[in-house]
Design a protein around this ligand. Structure first.
Ligand SMILES: [Zn+2]
Length: 127
């Protein structure tokens, strides 16, 4: 029983943490235009000199030199993932983005963590 509680916590905690961080950093309820439709967002549509906003997504990011964390192998990997999603239109991109990066990839990582924990427990039992 304790094992299943641990696995459930491992599966849900990243999503809960994401919601907590999003809500904690929310300063104002913004409305942005995504593929021609108005949707609510955590960030503004306007361009800001000091930070990335939705404008960076739409018109390209002018903060790229400051965002050193996104440069390098992670940036290349991210571009490869985005290109492999088949970005033919906005709906396809959104669906594939959610399916692969929000559901399938985390499930794969979760499965690998569970397999690793089970392997460790079985080794401990047999030792
Ligand atoms: Zn930016």
């Amino acid at each position: 029983m304790r094992k299943w509680i641990l696995y459930f916590a491992l599966l849900t905690s990243p999503f809960l943490l994401m919601v907590v961080v999003n809500q904690a950093t929310k300063t104002k309820a913004y409305t942005v235009h995504v593929f021609g439709e108005k949707v609510s967002a955590l960030n503004t549509d306007d361009s800001l000199p000091s930070q990335c906003t939705w404008d960076c997504h739409t018109n390209g990011c002018s903060h790229r030199d400051q965002n050193v964390i996104s440069l390098g192998p992670i940036d290349t990997l991210r571009s490869m993932i985005i290109e492999s999603l088949g970005v033919s239109n906005g709906d396809t991109y959104q669906t594939m983005n959610i399916l692969v990066l929000v559901i399938l990839w985390p499930l794969l990582m979760f499965g690998l963590v569970v397999a690793n924990i089970e392997l460790f427990r079985n080794r401990k039992k047999n030792a």
